[in-house]
Design a protein around this ligand. Structure first.
Ligand code: ZN
Length: 313
């Protein structure tokens, strides 16, 4: 059966699947990145994993995979197929597409993790059918994916969608990017955890604890939460003023708070817009499978555009 390899490389773990033409997950596997042994070991683990997936496909599905899609964190030059930088994996300028193509002998697509997850959310997840969407992931940091007519915009240098570094509080807390008052320093799951640990006096309290305290009506938690929601709404209104998305999909750890987040967030966005059209604001639907599903879509898209025989290195 014709199928592709889908591989999502995270900070600590990798998720992979063999995906059929109809999107069916024919086989799934996970393994650690091994980042504690350094970036070269991570690259070797990715290549080994891909080789095993290829062998498994050939053995159980009657033919080897026709292509591969790989999602990686950090900064990614998708056009060149190079993983340019990832703080959590410690790598720089890894020519992953070339390495994988020469080992697998099939076309390989390389994508940025949030843009790849956003592709899946926009096409087969929470934004299914939307011609224009914005996917925003609220995790350790904040990043976005701009969906236009079924694909995700990477930008000229692979930096499009970095909404987490839109300054929403000039002069605010320092950000590792070099600016102050970036959205992700105020509204990421990490920022809310930090703020709630300080406000509650419990150093172990995190964003999920804050959400629970908000749901039970703790005024201290409501104040911390609303500050994050207001910062998030400021950043999102900037984005929707520029992009005019039909659907705004919010994912990542903070979105797991459900209506504790979405009810005040929809209100805060509605209060800020004047002439802009309000998008539908919905939670992400695919959870942590989004990156792997998106990597599968990248691989199938590559076959559609290259007829499946051309190998680009
Ligand atoms: Zn920043």
């Amino acid at each position: 059966m014709r199928h592709v390899i889908a591989l999502d490389v995270g900070g600590t773990g990798m998720k992979a699947a063999l995906v059929g033409a109809d999107g069916a997950l024919l086989y799934e596997a996970r393994r650690p990145t091994g980042r504690e042994r350094g970036p070269d070991a991570v690259v070797a683990n990715i290549l080994d994993f891909a080789a095993e997936l290829r062998a498994h496909g050939a053995e159980t599905l009657g033919e080897p995979p026709a292509a591969a899609g790989v999602a990686v964190p950090g900064i990614v030059d998708e056009a060149a197929g190079v993983a340019a930088y990832a703080a959590n994996l410690g790598w720089r300028d890894v020519p992953l597409r070339r390495l994988l193509t020469s080992m697998l002998g099939v076309p390989v697509a390389l994508g940025h993790d949030v843009r790849t997850g956003g592709l899946a959310e926009g096409r087969i997840g929470a934004g299914k059918g939307a011609d224009r969407f914005l996917f925003v992931a609220l995790g350790t940091g904040i990043a976005g994916a701009i969906g236009v007519d079924g694909r995700v915009e990477a930008g000229a240098h692979g930096f499009a969608g970095e909404i987490g570094h839109v300054v929403v509080r000039p002069g605010g807390p320092e950000c590792p990017c070099g600016q102050r008052g970036c959205l992700e320093r105020l509204a990421s799951a990490s920022a809310v955890s930090e703020a709630w640990a300080a406000a509650s006096g419990d150093p172990d309290a995190d964003a999920a604890d804050c959400a629970k305290a908000v749901a039970s009506g703790d005024p201290n938690a409501v104040r911390v939460w609303q500050q994050a929601v207001d910062a998030l709404a400021d950043g999102l209104v900037t984005a929707l003023t520029l992009l005019d998305p039909r659907t705004l999909i919010i994912g990542g750890g903070l979105a797991e708070a459900g209506e504790t987040l979405f009810t005040p967030l929809r209100d805060a966005v509605r209060q800020r817009v004047t002439f802009q059209k309000l998008p539908t604001i919905v939670p992400a639907a695919l959870g942590d499978a989004a990156g792997c599903l998106g990597a599968g879509l990248l691989a199938w898209d590559l076959l559609d555009t290259t007829d499946g025989t051309e190998v680009t290195t």
